[in-house]
Design a protein around this ligand. Structure first.
Ligand SMILES: [Zn+2]
Length: 217
């Protein structure tokens, strides 16, 4: 992969600036997939992090300058080779965060639902003891205990059900957000609930009119 950069219209990436040469530099990739920038004997030079270079390995976080002040956007330049690997790499955390959040919602739900549903049964047990101690002497306590024993599970099931009802809403919200964020950086197609590593193995977008490179090499 080679992207030629300069002021002339027939470059792959046209850098329109007074201090950029007609054919100023080229952005390429060595056999190991590492990016490099190479100066093409330009008049005003090529700079990486303010050091003038002839040829140098770079990453997308390096600042690349052509001439006195034209800053080359490496990510943008790479797109001329259909290279979206920088943007695709970010999707790894999008997927992992989604799965983590989904598990968190589901497990917190199970815990709360069980808690709400089991507490009243514990209460009923306590009531049984109360009845055993005082029931014979006071009919009032016996009736109250009996009512609680009948009502408590209903209340517990009610709160448990209410807790469960919130979950589809939360999961739906999470899924909607995921569908917006987990998309091909070029064509915007949703990538499905497919682990990032599996997609990375495919190397590029399967859409015929896209074919964005997801992985550089
Ligand atoms: Zn695509």
């Amino acid at each position: 992969m080679i992207i030629r950069i300069g002021k002339a219209e027939d470059n792959d990436y046209v850098a329109d600036d007074a201090y950029v040469s007609r054919y100023h530099a080229r952005l390429g990739q060595d056999d190991n997939g590492a990016l490099f920038i190479e100066d093409l004997n330009s008049t005003n030079g090529t700079f990486v992090n303010d050091n003038r270079i002839i040829k140098k390995k770079i990453t997308s976080s390096d600042s690349v300058r052509l001439g006195s002040h034209y800053i080359l956007n490496v990510r943008e330049a790479l797109k001329f080779d259909n290279d979206y690997s920088e943007e695709f790499a970010i999707l790894k955390s999008v997927y992992n965060d989604y799965i983590k959040e989904k598990i968190r919602i589901q497990s917190s739900n199970q815990f709360k639902t069980r808690l709400f549903q089991s507490l009243p049964f514990a209460m009923t047990g306590v009531m049984g003891l109360v009845i055993a101690f005082f029931g014979r002497r006071s009919q009032g306590i016996f009736i109250i205990s009996l009512l609680l024993a009948i009502c408590a599970p209903t209340i517990g099931i009610y709160f448990g059900a209410r807790q469960s009802a919130k979950i589809p809403e939360l999961l739906q919200y999470l899924a909607n957000k995921f569908k917006i964020d987990y998309v091909c950086p070029k064509c915007g197609a949703f990538l499905g609930e497919v682990p990032w590593e599996s997609l990375a193995n495919k190397k590029q977008c399967p859409a015929t009119n896209c074919r964005a490179k997801w992985v550089r090499k």
